[in-house]
Design a binder for this molecule. Structure first.
Ligand SMILES: *Cc1c(COP(=O)(O)O)cnc(C)c1O
Length: 355
């Protein structure tokens, strides 16, 4: 007889991470499947990591005071409004656990970040998925209509992973006015630093006065620290307090803290790199549109190719060149912006599949 475990976990969808690349004929081995930063860490960040490595005998500060202090100073926000976690994904999880349980509902757009269905099931809650529009955008009206008295949490993802569009400040404001103030709304802005559209929402700028909005940010994408696992949440102090209490102690390491502190000191240099990625994104997307693709208006460090049934074949052709991309069976392929040469190789494959 099998050991008794939670039967509802059978509903857990697997998290499909970007595949590890296999070398192409020229030895190329490039991962454009996980939205990582194409640049290596700054030498000063590597030095800070090495120095912190000498102290790993010790547990990190369970309250992450130094890290929260650095983020608080950088954004001129009170520390009690900030929580940190082992990646924004840990905060996504802890917010679901803090807000919802059996009998409750969690609303999010679909397709969107793959962690949302997983954490909804983990919390024991019922996921409610509201389809994206044809342009790969959230349908905020339908999402507001999906909210009922069982809803405990709404995830909004801007820019949306995997399609790329942002939500506008205007439409988020209308949405927030339409739902109760007691309903937790999480604005997942893991790609915020890549956004250039002035009408796009920035939860940090626009909605921190709301009593029910929590904004999530990550050091994995723009800051190039995906391997160290650090993200943060900014929100109302009462929600942040509960969020902190749900997090496991000792999660964020001193190595990660040192890397973030040093990265924030060099934020300008890192922002220049983000500018390069954005310029490359504009170049690649313009080219894709000119060859006939309907690419959703991406504000992130990736783009979406609506390849439908050709998604697997497109992915295989990229892999044959040593480049992994992220297919979503029969829907499309998400491709991270990488180095120019690698983006050009994907463009060559894209030309062969042009609609
Ligand atoms: C990458 C990503 C995250 C989480 O990133 P972490 O590495 O856990 O900080 C959160 N939300 C979205 C939409 C993402 O794409």
């Amino acid at each position: 007889m099998a050991v008794r475990l939670r039967s509802d976990l059978a509903k857990l969808p697997p998290y499909r991470a970007g595949r590890r690349p296999v070398p192409g004929p020229d030895g190329r081995r490039v991962k454009l499947s996980s939205n990582e930063n194409p640049f290596p860490p700054l030498p000063s960040v590597v030095d800070a990591i090495a120095a912190a490595a000498a102290e790993v005998r010790q547990y990190p500060d369970p309250a992450s005071t130094r890290l929260i202090g650095a983020i608080s100073e950088f954004f001129a926000l009170p520390p009690e409004r900030i929580a940190v976690g082992t990646g924004a994904v840990a905060l996504v999880t802890n917010l679901a656990l803090a807000a919802a349980g059996p009998g409750d509902e969690i609303v999010y757009a679909w397709r969107s970040f793959e962690a949302y269905p997983i954490v909804s099931v983990l919390a024991g809650a019922t996921p409610v998925q509201v389809p994206l529009t044809d342009a790969g955008r959230h349908d905020l009206r339908a999402m507001a209509a999906a909210v009922n008295d069982r809803t405990r949490l709404v995830f909004l993802c801007s820019p949306n992973n995997p399609t790329g569009p942002t939500l506008s400040r205007e439409e988020v404001s209308t949405f927030l006015d339409a739902v109760p103030d007691e309903l937790l709304v999480v604005l997942d802005e893991a790609y915020a630093e890549f956004v250039r559209d002035p009408s796009a929402v920035s939860g940090m700028r626009d909605f921190l006065e709301r009593p029910n909005v929590v904004v999530l940010r990550s050091f994995s994408k723009a800051y190039g620290l995906a391997g160290l696992r650090v993200g943060y949440a900014v929100g109302p102090t009462d929600v942040i307090e509960v969020l902190r209490s749900v997090g496991l102690p000792f999660g964020v390491t001193d190595i990660a803290t040192a890397a973030v502190e040093t990265s924030l000191l060099h934020a300008d240099e890192l922002a220049d790199r983000v500018d390069d990625v954005v310029a490359e994104r504009e170049r690649v997307v313009t080219e894709l549109i000119s060859i006939g693709y309907e690419v959703p208006a991406t504000e992130a460090n990736f783009y979406w190719l609506p390849l439908g049934g050709a998604s697997a074949e497109f992915t295989a052709e990229c892999e044959a060149l040593g480049i992994t991309v992220r297919p979503f069976a029969d829907e499309g392929v998400r491709v991270t912006i990488g180095a120019t040469e690698d983006n050009d190789l994907v463009l060559e494959v894209a030309r062969r599949f042009a609609p």
